[in-house]
Write a protein that binds this ligand. Sequence first.
Ligand code: HSE
Length: 300
Amino acid sequence: ESIRVYAPATVANVACGFDIFGFAVNHPGDEVVLTKSSTPGIRINEITGDDGRLPKDVLKNTAGIAIMKYLEHIGQPDQGFELSLHKDMPLGSGLGSSAASAVAGVFAANELMGKPLSQKELLPFAMEGERVACGSAHADNVGPSLLGGFVIIRSYDPLDIIQIPTPSDLYASIVHPQIEVNTKDARRILEREITLHKTITQMGNVAGLVAGLLLPDYQLIGRSLVDVIIEPARAILIPQFDVVKAAALEAGALGCSISGSGPSLFALSKGKETATRVAAAMAAGFHQVGIGTEEYVSEI
Ligand code: HSE
């Protein structure tokens, strides 16, 4: 018995919502092929698209650890699985690469075990994969990769995840510059204490973005895509950040910020045509200094 599962890349934070907002894109993504085996234990037989960089050791691999924690939870720790993982997205890119593998793995395992858990109940196991990959069990990538669409993590303890609808003409442009930022490092440089003034500004934008998505009000979405806490600290990790962001806005984007912990940047736009133009303008900002890019345009 075997299953093939695709889990999409995600944009976490969405400017103002550090660790609490994320959305899924159509592509790129990861594919897992999982096969039940009568030999106990999980074996990762093949990983493609990672240039040999990801661990095949189950305890170090996000998909492996997520499946293992899941099997322990459902009381079937000895169930055997053969796994192959096909990565179709850049690693260390801020597009939720580790999350997509964990989500595809645990979703596949749940299907093969006869779906004892609901989709939402799978989240904590995918989050364990994130803990292994970047030292923190955040859910703003695994949440949207598992559930789709735009996701809010209202609370981590207890876990409270909400999916909200998005306007039909909202598109994301994502540009991945060919440099790498390690999420662990990008979290370590963040300030631990935040002023009341910045907190108020950020809360206003968080509320504004949710309202903008629900109303829907594209201009309000644009005004709310502002991050006064995390982006200023992380922008220094991304060459050309200011140039690329300005290019996105100039080309008609509603707003632009860092995707997850970077180095990818994302912009939101009304309409696919604008989003396509925005992606090209952003990419050109990196090309100016000889940094190669991959661009993706997706509806949300
Ligand atoms: N919210 C996380 C962070 C996402 O920004 O560190 C990491 O992809």
